[in-house]
Write a protein that binds this ligand. Sequence first.
Ligand SMILES: Cc1ncc(C[n+]2csc(CCOP(=O)(O)OP(=O)(O)O)c2C)c(N)n1
Length: 705
Amino acid sequence: MPQVTPLQAQAPWVEVSSTPEDWAAADPALLATMLGQMQLIRAFEELVLQLAREGLVHGPAHSSIGQEGGAVGSVLALGPSDGVNGTHRGHHQFLAKVIAYVAPQLDLTALVTEELRVVLRKTLAEILGLADGYGKGRGGSMHLQWMEAGALGTNAIVGGGVPLAAGNAWAQKHAGTQDVTVTYFGDGAANIGSVLESMNLTAAWDLPLCFFIENNLYAVSTHVGEVTGDQRLSARGPGFGIPSWRVDGMDPLAVYLAMQAATEHMRAGKGPAVVEAEVYRYFHQNGPFPGSAFGYRSKDEEAAWRARDPIERVEREMIARGLLDEDAAAAVRQQAVDAMTEVAAHMVEDDPDGKPGTRRIKPDLWPDPDFVDVGVRGDASELAGARTEEEATYDGELVEKRFIDVVAAVMDRRMSTDESIVVLGEDVHRLAGGTNGATKGLTDSYPGRVLGTPISENAFAGLGGGMALDGRFKPVVEFMYPDFLWVAADQVFNQIAKARHMFGGESKVPFVLRSKVATGTGYGSQHSMDPAGIYATSAGLRIVAPSTPFDYVGLMNAALALDDPVIVLEHVDLYASTGQVPADDLDYQIELGKAAVRREGSDLTILTYLSMVTHSLEAVEAMGVDAEVVDLRWLDRASVDWDTIGESVRKTNNVLIVEQGAVGTSYGGWLADEIQRRFFDWLDQPVQRVHGGEASPSISKVLER
Ligand SMILES: Cc1ncc(C[n+]2csc(CCOP(=O)(O)OP(=O)(O)O)c2C)c(N)n1
């Protein structure tokens, strides 16, 4: 028989309940604020459901009615510079945070101040899609953000906000504050990779992030017991080394006390916390009907939870202590309802064309339809005044250097001049500069700013996104291989690339993602894509693709100076190549949106990038074609150099796009389409394309090369 020794996780896991003594000792002002907040949120949510019933909410309205205790109890343990984010069901958390920001203490006899009215109005306006909303009506119910108040943005991707919250927590910690971030999500979200990856990452790096699980038992109609082994979801925390608290979320004081313990732990620099609050949404996933109407739970179950209503609980306790009587309690509720009636009156009116009693949104409150694409990306005004250079016209001393050494050198230079730059990725801190030497020397020169990550592309890309949105640090994330973008796709495409536009068009997202391109190296189907075409599908991303060391310096400097997310593509074939670079100048940029004509010609325009530039030049010479070879350098839709392309097309009347990637993920597809739209009259024939086959690359030399 083997000897069996029970093991214990390092981190504690406890259940917190309030006692009569806790209620007796609670600060009356705290209880008043709790009650006032919950009544405001309840009245707000009732109004949203009413408007949804009237067809005035375009899109979902995920009601939080019943769950107020978790949000309010936890937010009241936070300060104004602490951050919170949440998911699709986020009205209550958002409101709790912004109400606490403008009115840290509520007066139950004069509940709704003018400042509060503004907050309620702006929140409802956003949910209705109106110009006055926090995101100018872009984001709606699932994208509520007010950065100033520490409300970092709710999220429509289940679990999608969690890595971003980790980035916010990273910034808080490394800016030397004791602030913390709370990321709220449901029982369903507890099963998605971004949450679990972030638990691991924040525990490894001791980040002050609270994973606040609102366990309301159902993900839409699926019971937590159907989809997980231990329904007590806080059980996961200790598995990651995270202290965890389980608490009755229908008891706001218990939540507050658990949260106080969790924040104390985080503020002491001891890393993340998990708090699981058992709550219940009285309504179905979305809309004004109870869950029982859809058959996945019973009316009895709903009644049992309603009997534990968090608002009634606080009222009872306050009445028992003589802090409130029933009339005063009713008056608090009435003030909240009246305030919401007044807020609604700002936005809706009787519909002159509808049946009697029907209402409509006041027409002048909608956003201007021309606003639809405004703020997809920034206007790049931050580059104004920057010095730009071109190799052909550079008048300083040039020396020959290896491409890969220049990659490391320019990052070294920027990190020395800008302390906010932080490099992160797998093995970037070791092996003499990661797997290729791209980060060589940086760990020694900049301790604490070169972070070797766990193999969690979604989490560390998102963490970089959270840092960028916070703004105190500038992340440079590395993907070891390009195909890993699929693993991180939610964070790169849904979160980072859309953040500026979705939240109203003004958030800066200074995020740089370096991605190796390894086509032709024998790494096979899952390491060898050319990702340019996929990144180019995303309007919020800028993409640079340097083919020479000189351009790498200038394009990386531009990428680091931009307030938009920028993808920097680096082809492995180029790393060992050499080129001319300034002897002692790593501070210039390549002009935004400027391609380079590498060979002038009159018969054919070849548009290409990265390693295909040299191959195209070689092919042109070998074939004796008088082709103009244009190195695109800036690949995204907004930054492509249409002037240079247009000038060339009008001269040659023929276009060939040359790229390495497979046809399905091709970059040239959209480019050819756009060229034909813009220059149809100048073309003698359809745009021609050279690209890889249908299949992803194979490892056999014969098949790949
Ligand atoms: C990644 C992802 N998958 C699925 C959905 C669709 N969806 C939206 S909410 C939801 C249920 C989420 O349940 P839970 O996390 O428990 O939160 P709750 O709705 O109970 O607050 C689902 C499946 C989504 N938005 N994102």
